[in-house]
Unconditional design. Structure first.
Length: 110
């Protein structure tokens, strides 16, 4: 027995049991109505954030201001090189292992 299903034109979503709907947050509508308030709130949130450099008014000048940022960058670069070396070594070992298995199996069948 063959079952035939016809599309339902009234269903909009990808799942007929739960059609797609658009959700708009009330706060989003208020922010879109008053962009000045939105920008003020964004600036307030950015002042609360912790940045990886010293502010200009603290008396630290030049690249010494960016010590945390520089140290973090060096750590990430070292970790990336070590991870790349590990992946390359693992790839080389796996390649050698597969070639060894191929030689064993081809030698046994000949």
């Amino acid at each position: 027995m063959v079952e035939y299903r016809f599309p339902k034109p009234m269903v909009v979503g990808s799942s007929p049991s739960c059609p797609a709907t658009v959700w708009i947050n009330e706060n989003h509508q208020q922010n879109m109505a008053n962009p000045g308030k939105y920008i003020t709130e964004v600036k307030g949130e950015l002042h609360k954030a912790t940045w990886p450099w010293e502010p200009k008014g603290r008396g630290v000048k030049g690249f010494k201001r960016f010590k945390k940022l520089t140290d973090s960058t060096v750590v990430i670069l070292i970790a990336t090189v070590l991870l790349g070396g590990f992946v390359a070594l693992f790839d080389l070992l796996m390649k050698g292992g597969v070639f060894y298995l191929i030689q064993i199996t081809s030698g046994a069948s000949a």
